[in-house]
Design a protein around this ligand. Structure first.
Ligand SMILES: Cc1cc2nc3c(=O)[nH]c(=O)nc-3n(C[C@H](O)[C@H](O)[C@H](O)COP(=O)(O)OP(=O)(O)OC[C@H]3O[C@@H](n4cnc5c(N)ncnc54)[C@H](O)[C@@H]3O)c2cc1C
Length: 403
């Protein structure tokens, strides 16, 4: 009798996904809908690290064309807003009708100094279909102050409430998402034979036809555990800033002199009627290495220069240090596209952008059918007897140290 309980439970699946950020969750959804036996293993909480820390912008590449020409990034990402919009409308590859879009558009604004350069650029052929100038009351409240001397452009790319996105994906597909303990609760015989320790102290065995590492920054240690040297990863750190109070909602990039926005502001309505501003762009890139207080001071100065009429006297401030995890680039810069590399039944993926998750899932589906891994015809239960993976929290809910 003792032997029966001590012997590990074994489960055979088509695909095991490590990591429940957007890459893993989207892929799980696509696979389950196609009839594959797929499970997801998550060591922290669904939505995990970068996904819930992201600004939720479904880019179509305009942000990357700010120097005046379309870069590799902007070409590859062009199709993404359309794919997401179809999903949000309920006729795409995943039904996202219950996901909250915070805004269906964003704004780009230029300071007075850059107005003429930007006007010429946006009038150009490449951009004219994507961006149009807005004036007067069509501008967001933050740019209706008479002291504002710049120009404002509207860009029809949505901004999503990422917590609601993760919540919805988890609601639809989370029954196949389990908690694992890293590093002690996971062992690999090889990439497709995996042992997992349950919280009851019993090891389970998982046999897969395809394993996918979609664990963000966790891909590197997973690869090391397997004894694999690549693909190599890079991390690009950010020091994001959060402020909450009586702020106007704003979804906007401030155009600077480089291809990167000087400041990107997204907003999140908090339950108590307050609005949270989440600040990225150069402010977050250049804030790496600053203390929390220094970073808040730098952000105050930047907002004071760019939006001096916005009253910041009674807002609370917080910051978040977080790494973007990506395939290593020769120059350490931002990769142009999502990444997938498969070797011996192990695919390693980094979406590099939330927006690219559908593209990545599509690549894995193609890989599976290319390898002859077809959806199973019979559907025995997927239960491994492991604890279900829980949802992680967005950074502003985790923040304890509001200044
Ligand atoms: C501050 C910030 C803002 C961003 N803003 C945008 C934006 O506006 N628009 C956009 O398109 N992109 C944006 N991005 C990029 C985007 O967020 C990421 O490319 C994307 O979320 C990465 O998703 P992921 O699933 O690969 O990784 P993650 O979201 O990091 O998820 C990885 C998951 O794997 C889990 N994990 C780790 N190790 C293990 C293990 N051993 N076993 C099991 N699970 C494990 C983690 O707990 C985590 O849940 C932003 C990124 C950052 C950091």
């Amino acid at each position: 009798m003792a032997a029966a309980t001590a012997s590990p439970t074994t489960l055979q699946v088509d695909v095991a996904i490590f990591g429940g950020g957007i890459a893993g969750l989207w892929l799980l959804g696509r696979l389950r809908q196609a009839g594959y036996r797929a499970i997801l293993l998550e060591s922290n909480g669904l939505g995990g690290v970068q996904t819930l820390a992201s600004q939720g912008i479904i880019h179509g590449g305009t942000k990357y064309a700010l120097t005046g020409k379309l870069t590799g990034s902007s070409q590859a990402i062009k199709a993404m807003p359309g794919i997401w919009r179809d999903c949000l409308a309920g006729h795409g590859e995943i039904d996202l009708r219950h996901v909250r879009a915070l805004s269906d558009h964003q704004f780009l604004w230029s300071t007075a100094k850059l107005v003429s350069r930007m006007a010429g650029f946006f009038a150009g052929k490449v951009m004219e279909s994507r961006v149009r100038e807005v004036k007067g009351t069509d501008r967001p409240e933050a740019f209706q102050n008479p002291a504002f001397r710049g120009a404002v452009y509207r860009l029809d790319e949505p901004v999503l409430d990422v917590a609601s996105l993760v919540g919805e994906l988890s609601r639809q597909f989370g029954d196949a998402a389990y908690a694992v303990t890293w590093p002690d609760g996971l062992q690999f015989e090889h990439a497709r034979l995996i042992r997992i320790l349950g919280d009851d102290g019993v090891w389970r065995t998982l046999e897969t036809r395809q394993t996918v590492f979609a664990a963000g920054a966790g891909n590197e240690p997973l690869l090391q555990r397997l004894g694999r040297e690549g693909p190599a990863m890079q991390k690009r750190p950010l020091h994001m800033v959060m402020l909450k109070g009586a702020l106007p909602p704003l979804y906007a990039h401030c155009l600077g002199a480089s291809a990167n926005p000087r400041l990107t502001v997204t907003s999140y309505p908090l339950g108590d009627g307050e609005i949270l501003w989440y600040l990225g762009g150069d402010v977050a890139e250049q804030g790496v290495g600053r203390s929390r207080d220094e970073q808040v001071t730098a952000a105050k100065h930047e907002l004071g220069r760019l939006l001096p009429w916005v009253d910041l006297n009674s807002v609370d401030w917080g910051t978040l240090e977080v790494d973007r995890a990506e395939p290593r680039q020769p120059d350490g810069r931002r990769p142009d596209c999502s990444f997938m590399e498969d070797s011996d039944g192990l695919a390693v993926v980094w979406p590099t952008k939330l927006a690219f998750a559908p593209r990545l899932a599509g690549e894995i589906m193609t890989l599976l059918s290319g390898r002859g891994v077809q959806p199973a015809s019979e559907h025995s239960p997927l239960s491994l007897g492991l604890a279900p993976a829980q949802l992680a929290q967005p950074p502003w809910e985790k923040e304890q140290l509001w200044i």
